[in-house]
Design a protein around this ligand. Sequence first.
Ligand code: PMP
Length: 431
Amino acid sequence: MKYTKSEQLFKEAEKYIPGGVNSPVRAFKSVGLAPIFADKAHGDRLIDVDGNEYIDYICSWGPLMLGHSPDFMSEGLEEMAKRGTSYGVATEIEIEVAKIIVDAYPAIDQVRMVNSGTEATMSALRVARGYTNRNKILKFEGCYHGHSDGLLVQSGSGTLTFGVPTSPGVPADVVKNTLVCRYNDMDDVRRVFEEQGDDIAAVIVETVSGNMGVVPGTQEFIQGLRDICTEYKTVLIFDEVITGFRLAYNSSIGYFGVEPDMVCFGKIIGAGMPVGAYGAKKEIMSCVSPVGPVYQAGTLSGNPLAMFLGKKNLETLRDHKDIYAELDRKGKMLQEGIQNNLKKLGLDYTVNRAGSLVCLFFTSGPVQNFDDATKSDIDKFNQYFKEMLDRGILIAPSQYEAMFLSYAHTDEDIEHTIKCNYEALKACHNL
Ligand code: PMP
């Protein structure tokens, strides 16, 4: 593979954009390479500016449940844009999308649209604090909830990749109310609640963490969080930016059979457009301005073009729920294929999976929390990433991210990925 044009663009980009990218992990810096620049994408394929074609497992970091730009998605988009790209007054389509989300997620009565996952979690926490009149929040080591100040504490995703899980620039005063526990460890949570439970406004959790690799919450952990939050009248928030409409149509509620008090959604509900949302029962949402005193706003929130694509995406998922069984089958196929390769090569590594989220950790398992995940051999991962890229398989350039499968990933392409995985593992272990 040649990456000449991408390398040229990267040099140019570095002049005008910090690190040449508008989001850190796109830089490929952690794997010691210049990043690729996308030209176009369709289905499960992404083509870069040098004409290299990849089977794509980044898939915009999760939102593309149906793959890149399915043909029906863009139908009518031009018409829509001609009618206006943003009005600053309410539109009917915002109600339609809100209704689809509320109908899908039994724990909520109302939802407020925002523009990103970061905004969704930041706003949900403000509402939970306003509702409970408490200040503290509890998050988990290795979970990433966007880059708002109070949540950049022992975080995952790019913060972990670049070794800044607690970012400079965040005043100590801001994070003094952020408590952190070990993921999948109810004893740790109980200890913190016994000391400060009456001051904790909210617990925010990824039910399956996709930001320290893929680390599913255990049933006992998720149910335990539900029980302790009920006991202490703390708001339980599921951050479903990755898991929402992915683990099941009714998201983590379907997957775990546990309902939170609040939910945050992100990119998935806009099919890749800049969208997020948070929701809860009416009692909690009544705190939000203009009904209640908790202020939260957004000029572009509920943007008509984002709503147009989001509506099509969610309607398709709603009307074809067989997609979820298919995604699970594809995820299992990929997981088992990689596990077979590891066995054949005598490598003692771990493959975690929840539905269509898959992750190969370069460490023996089980991988159930941040400490386990960070035992992974990062040098090996970095070599593996390059071997896969050169074979036309695009995975996230970091150990601490998921492989995202979409409905568009064909069996043939998954089989080819498994074959490339075998060759790449062989190459980076000199076998
Ligand atoms: N929460 C979770 C669980 C995420 O994975 C992410 C980003 N991947 C966010 C929040 C932040 O979303 P955004 O990047 O849209 O701000």
